[in-house]
Write a protein that binds this ligand. Sequence first.
Ligand SMILES: Cc1cc2nc3c(=O)[nH]c(=O)nc-3n(C[C@H](O)[C@H](O)[C@H](O)COP(=O)(O)O)c2cc1C
Length: 392
Amino acid sequence: MSLSGPGVDNFPTLFSGGEIRGVKMSNRGVVSPLTRTSATEDGIVTDQMAAYYASYARGGWGLVMTEGVYIDLKYSQGYTFQPGIATDEQRDSWRKVVDVVHAEGVPIFMQIFHCGAINQGNRWVEGSIAPSVVKPKGEQIPRYRGAAGGFQTPREITRNEMSEVVESYAAAARRAIEIGFDGVEVHGANGYLPDEFLTVYTNQRDDEYGGPIENRIRYHCEVMQAVRDAVPDNPVGVRISQTKVNDFEYAWPGGDDDAKVVFSSLAKTGIDFIDCSSHLGLAPVFGTENSLSGLARKYSGLPVMANGKLDQPKDAEAALTQGEGDFVSIGKSALADYNWPRKIAADEARVPFNPGMTMPYATLDCYEAFWAENPTGVPKEKVEARDVTEGA
Ligand SMILES: Cc1cc2nc3c(=O)[nH]c(=O)nc-3n(C[C@H](O)[C@H](O)[C@H](O)COP(=O)(O)O)c2cc1C
């Protein structure tokens, strides 16, 4: 849908059309993946979720990206009430989401997900798997219904399981496209399975998947190659970050050199875009002049989604015009105000994100309860966040 109003003239790049592998977007604003743990216990999509995704489409976004969706009935699910795309029944339950978003003329991509060691709720199996036997840092995340205390220690994934998981990503991508999604993004960021291979302290392997950066990015590339081959005609991308849902400090030890290997290797798999998740999407990294997404653009030559506090339209516009991204992916401010693009176009104030919107859980029920209590969207009393509201 094409928006009009004074904001469109003020932020012409944000409101210019974009395209990824033939999928057209009316503007550069992307709903960042947002886990809401609001499916059924068996990972089936509800009518409430369909209404939720429809709100973004009506809000004028260029592209809607779903929350992380688990890919098998084994170790991929990380959160209770997370939606899945592992079975035909789960797949079919997504049709209502695709249909309502498409009815507004907006494309929608699915983010496919394997939690690796960051498992705090799995309906199907006990335990967790990871590149190496390393207990995840930090505590479970209360906002996603985690139990008090730390994560369990994973067992090492077998070589056979590594291949099975690659095939599950591919099968999940196929199912997503079958039900009408326009594209898929692999969640390769924030400390989940692929990122655990990339990260030095969670990957202690001494085979060809461990050690130098060329080895640590190998699993990502195998996943992306399989997904590329599974859905050759649709946009395929990967989300990449340095920090994790349970570690806000980690930085790639090889800096710019690591970035070069990571982004150029991923590009060689034939994917169509890279989504860079970070806390500050405009902040230069590794002593270079670029943000991580700027480096992704430079080294991959692909369209890139920039992310991280780009919700002020001047910052979104700056990221786009300064070459830090081709699209801007908006997280908390999308969650707070589904009409972010429409209101910017009309030069209207947006409802700011408030941690109370995700408390005690980041569910749709809690969000609705917040609005029932705070009809303006701004609570009378300051709400203290129980945990930092960053990536998932
Ligand atoms: C409630 C919540 C859920 C999230 N779920 C996901 C997710 O499923 N997948 C993902 O890649 N990132 C997830 N994130 C991270 C956001 O997509 C985004 O990268 C982060 O909020 C930073 O962008 P922002 O500064 O615009 O909020 C989540 C963030 C929040 C606050």
